[in-house]
Structure formats: structure tokens, C-alpha cells
Design a binder for this molecule. Structure first.
Ligand code: ADP
Ligand code: 5GP
Length: 187
């Protein structure tokens, strides 16, 4: 079981966090990789739980110090990355790492981990559906939502670089498919 990883990627609003949280509840041997980010905390986010929060200056310094497995400037001025120390923290407990990263990060992590990784692309039924989900989530400003939606169309083209594409239309169906795919990889 040790040193395996599962990567979930999707355009923002596809339901990635919802599905990842469900999978984490179902499989106690999985542990979420907490990314570092230079964006500000939103809602009830807590430093060290959803993300490790840094200033852009601190984040750039960590890039120079080669402390990341991968990082991306996902949105202009907002960096996100996986710290090498995070792999040691989770593998040190004998757990399997679960990543929630943007599509480019997902492709990079799959390339890095090869057969030790299962990569899953979560796809919303349409871009319009994405926008509606982001609006109903109510955590982003209208400008941030438009930024995310504008990016989604290009991100959709990455789907075929993943091991598995999961269409998140009916949530219970998506949960069942995600559980089956993960169970198969872990067995
Ligand atoms: P992401 O992590 O990909 O940005 P979220 O998991 O936060 O997306 O989901 C975005 C919003 O859409 C949330 O409000 C979530 O409750 C809702 N959502 C997720 N999956 C579905 C679904 N299958 N049907 C309807 N709403 C959904
Ligand atoms: P949010 O701001 O909604 O939390 O995340 C924005 C995007 O950044 C999401 O697609 C999320 O998956 C991605 N993301 C989070 N952490 C990382 C990371 O460590 N690396 C990369 N490349 N993307 C990340």
C-alpha cells in the first residue's frame, strides 16, 4: 500500500472537493495532501487543514529553495503547490496520498509517479453547469467565478491525459463510480 498516490483534477466547480471528501470518508487509509497556496483563505478555511497559506513572496522563496514536487500559478497571482515535506508526512504514516490539484498539476504528478499513481479527471456535464455550481457554492466573487469559468474550457481538453474520466452529473452515481475506481486501484 505504501507510496501509492491518487490524483483528482478538474476545472474549478466540477465537484472535485465534494467527491474527494466522500472518498476520504470511505477509505481510511487515504490522506489528503495539503497544498501550499498564496491565495487568501476563504470561508471557514483553516491554515494547515485545507491549505498551508503563504504570501506570494514566501511562496516564491520556497520555489527557489526547490521545496515543491510541483507547483502552478493556477490563477494570475495565485500560486498552488505540493511540498515535498507533505509526501514524507503522509507516507511516513503508511497512508496513500490523495491529491486535489489543477489539471496541469495532475498531469505533472502522474508523469512523476507513473504506475504508482491513479489519475482521475472529474468532468461537469457542461461549462454552464460549472458556472451554476460555482454561483450556488457562494464562496467566490463574480469576478473570480468568471475567471474560473473562462479557464474551464481549455482545462476540459486535458481529460484524455488521465487514467479515468468521471462525469459528475448525478452525484450518487459519481460517488459510486469514484469508489469503484479507487477500490480497484488499491486492491
Ligand atoms: P470543485 O472542488 O471542483 O471546485 P466543489 O466540490 O466545491 O467543486 O463543487 C462545486 C459546487 O457544486 C458545490 O456547491 C457542490 O456542493 C456542488 N456540486 C458538486 N457536485 C454536484 C452534483 N453532482 N450536482 C449538483 N451540485 C453539485
Ligand atoms: P481553490 O482556490 O478553489 O481552492 O483551488 C483552485 C485550483 O487549484 C483547484 O483546481 C485546485 O485543485 C488547484 N490546486 C490546489 N492545490 C494545488 C497544488 O498543490 N498544485 C496544483 N497544481 N494545483 C492545486
Amino acid at each position: 500500500m505504501q507510496n501509492k498516490v491518487i490524483i483528482f483534477s478538474a476545472p474549478s466547480g466540477s465537484g472535485k472537493s465534494t467527491i474527494v471528501n466522500h472518498i476520504l470518508e470511505k477509505f481510511p487509509q487515504l490522506e489528503f495532501s495539503i497544498s501550499a497556496t498564496s491565495r487568501a483563505p476563504r470561508g471557514n478555511e483553516v491554515n494547515g487543514r485545507e491549505y498551508y497559506f503563504f504570501t506570494e513572496e514566501e511562496f516564491r522563496k520556497m520555489i527557489e529553495e526547490d521545496r515543491f514536487v510541483e507547483y502552478e500559478e493556477v490563477y494570475s497571482g495565485s500560486f498552488y503547490g505540493t511540498l515535498k515535506s507533505e509526501l514524507d508526512r503522509i507516507w511516513g504514516k503508511g497512508h496513500v496520498i490523495i491529491f486535489d490539484v489543477d489539471v496541469k498539476g495532475g498531469v505533472n504528478l502522474k508523469r512523476f509517479f507513473g504506475d504508482r499513481a491513479l489519475s482521475v479527471f472529474i468532468q461537469a456535464p457542461s461549462v454552464e453547469c460549472l458556472r451554476e455550481r460555482l454561483l450556488s457554492r457562494g464562496t467566490d466573487t463574480p469576478e473570480a467565478i468568471e475567471k474560473r469559468v473562462a479557464k474551464a474550457a481549455e482545462e476540459m481538453t486535458y481529460a484524455d491525459r488521465f487514467d479515468h474520466v468521471l462525469v459528475n452529473d448525478d452525484l450518487d452515481t459519481a460517488y459510486a463510480e469514484a469508489e469503484k475506481t479507487v477500490a480497484c486501484f488499491l486492491s
